[in-house]
Design a protein around this ligand. Sequence first.
Ligand code: C2O
Ligand code: CU
Ligand code: CU
Length: 483
Amino acid sequence: MPSTLICALRRRRFLQASAACAVTSFAGLASAAAGSLGTGPEGFATRLLPGPARVQMVGDEAPATEVWTYNGVEPGPVLRLRQGTPFHATVENRLSEATTVHWHGIRLPNAMDGMPGLTQKPIPPGGRFDYAFTPPDAGTFWYHSHEDSLVQMGRGLAGALIVEEPDPPAVDRDLLWTIQDWRLEPDAQIAPGFHNRMEAAMDGRVGNTVTINGRLPETLHVRAGERVRLRLLNAAIARIMSLRFEGHRPVIVGLDGQPCDPHEPANGRILLGPAMRADVMLDMRGEPGRTYRVVDDFYDRLAYTLTRLAYDPAPPLRPHPLDAPLRLPPNPMPRPDLATAVIHEVRMQGGMMSGMGGGGMMGGGMMGMGGSAPWAINGHSMTGDGSADMPPLFRIDRGRSCILDFRNETAWWHPMHLHGHSFNVLSRDGGPVPHDEWGDTVLVRPREHVRVAFVADNPGDWMLHCHVMEHQVGGLMTTIRVT
Ligand code: C2O
Ligand code: CU
Ligand code: CU
């Protein structure tokens, strides 16, 4: 389909299609340095160039920040694909170290998953790799490095990947906030010291600067009465977020790219661990001319204003909130059969104050592969970015339903992520969850017991790890094998 036609279709759907159209308005690979997608009979194609770049992150007067990113923009270009339409990405490594690209949350063939050593050889400096897959699910996903991932993601190698529904719900605007957290020095450069053993055994490298779409957040200008679909992506390496929209009642309609029962979040706060996404419907019910804060108050005593919604003084766009359904169209997701599901326990262990042995960061009984690793799953520590020789946590026959029984034996929060599948969250501490929700990452509180279920329908070796990057590289990682 010619890109002008796509734009015309979008213009019908959204009042403000111009920004979205800019992404697809160039054809072919020639302009790929700007991150555009070419559209042809084979689907979408793009070229991603991971490499260093200098970007204006904390304001125009401040020095530019040196980051590692895709195609020179931070975060990497927003990839907008269509459900069921093939996608092809040529990745050419312009970094001075090897890399891979992982398409987080997409149910794709194992060989395309970007796991160094497990599914592909890392792409050496100057090398290239072709990724190709057809996204089965519409929703908000992302892509990021999965090699030397604590450092590569911490320096910025991540971007959003949106798979559009053929028939999206009616909204006035479709906005994306890719939220990142950085530890910057006064000269706006990323602070060194990524492998700090103390932090690694605690809540990870939480930074001091939070950006939206690669910039210190500016005020979002809104019009009373409009409905915004807001796609939230926590692309931080460690920071957990709890977002409160003062004076507003956001409705969550999707989590991790999967539609859920539309519901208002508990306590009015949208809780997002690293790697998690929420699709939110936001009716602008505020007063014209007024400004409202968006606050993140996850950490005690560290609440801050993320950004502000500034209302145009013009009268509301419509007298009542838009009378259109909020529910997203379903994805073709198989439902697990709980009666026949096999149950596998996943015990998360280690970290400071684990109560295991001396209470130090070794946590006592950690005898896995990484002898000095601060974290473990069921007594074994797969560290770094994985090793091909480590036996999987378990094997499961293709098509079987599986329950993962997460038991957090640590004093820390863990966003646990499974590759290649999406799961249904069944229960927390033995009680059912209030809404039907799916995800690829589930945030598990200290000492919490969470059960999720999925159909193991995607053959291959799949990673299962915490998405706090220090925890992943410190041993809170394993694999499962679907045969
Ligand atoms: Cu975002 Cu192993 O993944
Ligand atoms: Cu993933
Ligand atoms: Cu963790």
